[in-house]
Design a protein around this ligand. Structure first.
Ligand SMILES: NC(=O)c1ccc[n+]([C@@H]2O[C@H](COP(=O)([O-])OP(=O)(O)OC[C@H]3O[C@@H](n4cnc5c(N)ncnc54)[C@H](OP(=O)(O)O)[C@@H]3O)[C@@H](O)[C@H]2O)c1
Length: 242
């Protein structure tokens, strides 16, 4: 039995990743910071026959992370797939460059969730991922975190420089590269993905992709074959510059 944990899975891309993994007969722990929202969506998925279990998980809370660790230890003793999807966009505006003015609170709150949350959760669960025959860690990043994108005036995201969100994703990318290196002699694969511009609270209804489409690449990386890639940053199969 394969076990996956998806964070921020009560809605948007995370919900779709959780659903699509469960449709592949994987037992999915559906993480949500709001118990009412998480329980409701987990129950709806269970009613369609999927093995989805709600877990209360605010990734910025060490207490929640430790409770998940205990739950996984007692219930399964291993974790096969971790999808660090939970994220926030707190800059307010996508357009422009707020680097000179962004509030420290905005930066700290963004990093707490988009970066520190993913790092603490991953470090805490790593002993259980190491017990998997084929551990997979997927970090849902963003092209906004790419230096290559922000140094390329031709790129459509070049003019969009919300500093807190982008820097938190750059840090998540660095975590991906360093963790993949640290685990290079194991069977664990660590990859980052830009899901595309997706119709969610973060992406807005103007985005071209549905959440189901935005989930696709994350799901592919979560179930990579043993000869699949590690230490990559991609969007719909194409490599993105770090
Ligand atoms: N949509 C896009 O175009 C796009 C593009 C690039 C990257 N991404 C990334 O994709 C990921 C998913 O975002 P989305 O577009 O699906 O947006 P979304 O619909 O706003 O979903 C974000 C999810 O993260 C959860 N979350 C926020 N803070 C959390 C915390 N402290 N602990 C646990 N969960 C928390 C939210 O829970 P609540 O419902 O309780 O707020 C929600 O479930 C994010 O990492 C985002 O940066 C999105």
């Amino acid at each position: 039995m394969k076990i996956a944990l998806v964070t921020g899975a009560n809605t948007g891309i995370g919900y779709e990743i959780a659903k699509q993994l469960a449709e592949k007969n994987i037992t999915v722990l559906l993480g949500a910071r709001d118990a009412r929202k998480g329980q409701t969506v987990a129950k709806n998925l269970q009613e369609t026959g999927l093995d989805v279990r709600f877990v209360k998980l605010d990734v910025s809370q060490s207490k929640d992370i430790n409770e998940i660790k205990n739950y996984i230890e007692n219930e399964f003793g291993k974790l096969d797939i971790l999808v660090n999807n939970a994220g926030v966009f707190l800059d307010g505006e996508w357009f422009g460059n707020n680097t000179e003015t962004v509030l420290m609170k905005t930066l700290r709150d963004t990093f707490d969730i988009n970066y520190f949350g993913a790092v603490e959760l991953t470090q805490t669960l790593l002993p259980f991922i190491k017990k998997s025959e084929a551990g997979r860690i997927v970090n849902i990043s963003s092209a906004s975190g790419s230096f290559g994108v922000h140094l390329n005036p031709e790129h459509w995201l070049y003019a969009l420089k919300p500093y807190a969100y982008s820097a938190s994703k750059t840090a998540l990318n660095q975590f991906t590269v360093f963790l993949a290196h640290a685990l290079r002699d194991t069977n664990i694969k660590v990859n980052a993905v830009h899901p595309g511009w997706v119709q969610t609270a973060i992406g807005s209804e103007r985005a071209p992709l549905t959440p189901a489409e935005g989930a696709k690449m994350g799901v592919e990386l979560a179930i990579l074959a043993d000869d699949g890639q590690s230490n990559t940053f991609s969007e719909t199969g194409n490599q993105l510059p770090w």
